[in-house]
Design a protein around this ligand. Structure first.
Ligand code: SAH
Length: 390
């Protein structure tokens, strides 16, 4: 097996548990180094650190899979890793739907698997993981006997790894519009054409957090996608709910989800640009008891971070202006490029501009089936805040 030695003077990040080795941290390589190969990683003086997969074309030249010298990377390795991730999800209370594998947080870098009851959607985002797709599918079949497995590898980041974008069945074909249960409600999930893996499981616990504040409320939701937060609001007793999303197909699904749950009388969705509409409604003097915002990341790169800051600030300012005195703002950010402290600062800046005082009700992160591993900053990405707007 090819041996990769770290430089003498590199930070102890990798030795302390981080699974990524950058190209400029490598001192020497003994043996051939081809994309996808399993290699051994050692300190500069030859101490074993772990085994992982390599890709000399990527900035991250090695991603570690194990630190156990006795553990071989083979089919059985993937079976055991996936089994152990599933045991962990069950232990913390997720049974029907969950993110089964959250990449690095489950010690399977660049692998995402979402479980929607009997259906599984996977993404292999690096070459060294993509190669093991047959072993991963075999493991899912062994553990779950699923009704269907689908790959949503139509993700641009794969191109950085020299991989094509693609999507399709990894099992016998099945009807890719499925219905899942969440918090006593039902939602249609379009596995084939929906955003990301089809559904945002990371907010599943946060959707319950709005329960008390929406009772008898007039609610405005923006960036609704398939209407999950808004239909929860109707379910928890909101008087009226209007939801906005720029995507006509998301709005169509959201309206379908509202009628699926029997809430189309109180809950409706419109395909519009939330930035424009919130501004206009504010000018028109509209006011809501609760405003909910779940915007997209606004940027994918650190260079463009200012764009994201401006986007979050602007939309939260517009949202806050629409909240009646004493009403509530529910607001989130789903990108790890905006750190938690920075997110709270942005909300504070918006409050200053709106001349409103905020009283914190709930501040939390993604659902715990997307585990945060301490020391792996990227695993802590979602911020979810409810404030009373005075
Ligand atoms: N709240 C959703 C997830 C929202 S994802 C859930 O829990 O499932 C972000 C959404 O913002 C996407 O559906 C996208 O279509 C929408 N979006 C992006 N830009 C927008 C804009 N300017 N106005 C309205 N919606 C927008």
């Amino acid at each position: 097996m090819t041996k990769v030695f770290l430089k003498k003077k590199v930070s102890r990040r990798v030795e302390n548990g981080h699974p990524w080795v950058f190209g400029n941290e490598v001192g020497k390589v003994e043996g051939p180094l081809d994309g996808g190969d399993i290699v051994e990683l050692l300190t500069h003086d030859g101490r074993f650190i772990g085994r992982g997969y390599a890709n000399p074309k990527s900035q991250i030249i090695v991603r570690l899979l194990t630190r156990n010298k006795n553990e071989q990377i083979d089919e059985n390795f993937f079976l055991e890793r996936i089994r152990s991730a599933w045991n962990y999800r069950q232990q913390i209370g997720y049974i029907e739907n969950c993110r089964l594998i959250f990449g690095e947080a489950d010690f399977l870098p660049a692998l995402i698997i979402d479980k929607f009851n009997d259906y599984f959607v996977l993404q292999t985002l690096a070459l060294g993981m993509d190669i093991w797709k047959p072993a991963i599918v075999k493991a899912l079949n062994t553990i779950f006997s699923p009704k269907g497995i689908y790959e949503r590898n139509d993700v641009p980041v794969r191109e950085l790894e020299g991989l094509p974008q693609l999507k399709g069945f990894l099992s016998e074909p099945f009807d890719t519009t499925i219905i899942i249960n969440e918090n006593g409600l039902q939602f249609r999930v379009d596995i084939e054409n929906g955003q990301k893996t089809g559904y945002f499981l990371d907010q599943q616990d946060n959707r319950r957090a709005i329960r008390h504040i929406v009772k008898d409320a007039d609610v405005l939701g923006a960036f609704t996608y398939t209407g999950t937060f808004e239909i929860h609001a109707a379910h928890y007793g909101a008087k009226s709910v209007v939801g906005l999303d720029i995507s006509p197909s998301a709005v169509e699904q959201a309206n379908a989800n509202a009628s699926l749950n029997g809430y189309s009388d109180r809950c409706s969705f419109q395909a519009v640009n939330a930035f424009d509409v919130l501004k206009q409604w504010s000018k028109d003097g509209r006011q809501y008891d609760v405003v909910m915002l779940d915007p997209p990341a606004f940027t994918k790169s650190r260079e463009n971070i200012q764009k994201a800051i401006t986007g979050y600030k602007e939309i939260n300012l517009r949202g806050m202006k629409l909240v009646k005195p004493g009403g509530f703002l529910v607001t989130t950010s789903c990108t790890n490029l905006i750190q938690p402290e920075m997110f709270l600062e942005i909300i504070q800046m918006a409050a200053n501009d709106a001349k409103r005082t905020l009283r914190q009700v709930v501040y939390q992160t993604q659902a715990s089936d997307h585990p945060i591993v301490w020391g792996l900053e990227n695993t802590h990405y979602l911020k979810f805040l409810i404030v009373q707007v005075l």
